[in-house]
Ligand binder design. Structure first.
Ligand code: P6P
Length: 339
């Protein structure tokens, strides 16, 4: 083993970034390290989730005499806890909590950022051992530092994110985050208990051969989406295919795979649910930010996800995200169907 090969840990990387910008206060680096810590704690519980039946299921008391919480509540409390007790975050909004939470202590009130997150997306997949994930977005607050955070701090366009990221608890546990300077991936090394850089400067391939969508809703999608899915199925060696359909019902895993390999992920609206299922603020905006910084695109079928002005914390949006050229072909199908 090459002992001289120094692989940057997440903490080393965030501090290295800080050194490059002397005017930086270190609050964003500190917030990202806090998220990394919470992710490691959640990872431990996710990895033994299959054993919960042995330890006692949610709502019961486990062998240590602790209350066994639902994993997504546990994850929510871990991320909220590190952010509340850190030095960078004035408040949070979470899929698990109806309203935003403004932290009331003086350090938090004087902090620069707010954080929105889905603490454990796809948690319904836990009992069948499918990968799940955490998604987060970080914004500079718009209310004055020193005051308590307000709702407008959380209802900002995705364009205003200063950082966004996700953790995928899969065959390995990865934390991927992006700022305007780039997207980097870190894989948890259990031997040292640190996220270590494994995917520097991630770029989304401009094209791909993977399309991800819930085919079960095909006849409930609009004509433009049906037209694009049909085109995907007709791809062969003569026109950039054949394509593969990959959809595991866990957005973090599906979008992560397509970000690395190239591809398109779609969660369209349907006749019954025109806004679709995915949440704008803490599912779609973070991924749209990451994929756009990496060179891809993300829209709701009509406009950039990042330009949507939010009006409520838990609002939903149709979501189309992935490789630039695949998104262009989709947009062609959507506009043809409009005319
Ligand atoms: P459907 C998980 O519940 C989730 O929010 C996303 O992670 C996933 O992409 C989507 O729902 C799957 O939804 O309706 O296709 O089962």
């Amino acid at each position: 083993m090459n002992l001289n090969r120094h692989v940057l840990t997440l903490d080393e990387f965030t501090i290295q970034q800080l050194r490059q910008f002397p005017q930086a206060t270190g609050e964003l680096s500190s917030l990202l390290r806090d998220i990394g810590l919470a992710a490691k704690r959640v990872n431990v519980e996710v990895n033994k989730a299959g054993l919960v039946d042995i330890l006692g299921d949610a709502g019961s008391v486990n062998v240590q005499g602790e209350d066994v919480k639902k994993l997504d509540i546990y994850a929510n409390n871990q991320f909220m806890g590190v952010l509340q007790h850190g030095i960078s975050c004035a408040g949070i909004a979470s899929e698990e909590i109806d309203d935003f939470i403004a932290f009331n202590d003086n350090v938090s009130k004087n902090s620069k950022y707010v954080c929105l997150f889905d603490p454990l997306d796809g948690s319904g997949n836990i009992d069948v051992n499918v990968s799940i994930g955490t998604i987060f977005g970080v914004y500079r607050r718009v209310s004055p530092r020193g005051s308590i955070a307000v709702k407008d701090d959380f209802l900002q366009k995705g364009l205003q994110q200063v950082a966004a990221g996700y953790i995928v608890y899969g065959s390995s546990t990865m934390l991927v985050y992006g700022t305007r300077r780039g997207v980097n991936g870190f894989t948890l090394d259990p031997s040292i208990g640190e996220f270590t850089m494994s995917h520097p400067d991630i770029k989304c391939p401009p094209n791909g051969k993977i399309y991800s969508v819930n085919h079960g809703n095909f006849f409930r999608y609009g004509k433009g989406v049906q037209k694009y899915i049909d085109a995907c199925q007709r791809k062969d060696k003569t026109n950039g295919g054949p394509y593969t359909q990959r959809y595991i019902g866990s957005m973090v895993s599906d979008v992560h795979r397509n970000l690395i390999k190239g591809g398109i992920f779609m969660y369209p609206g349907t006749i019954e649910k025109p806004k679709g299922k995915l949440r704008l603020l803490y599912e779609c905006n973070p991924f749209a930010f990451i994929v756009e910084v990496a060179g891809g695109k993300a829209t709701n079928g009509k406009e950039r996800i990042l330009e949507i002005q939010p009006t409520e914390l838990h609002q939903r949006t149709p979501m189309f995200i992935g490789s630039r050229d695949m998104m262009a072909e989709l947009e062609g199908c959507l506009s043809e169907a409009e005319n």
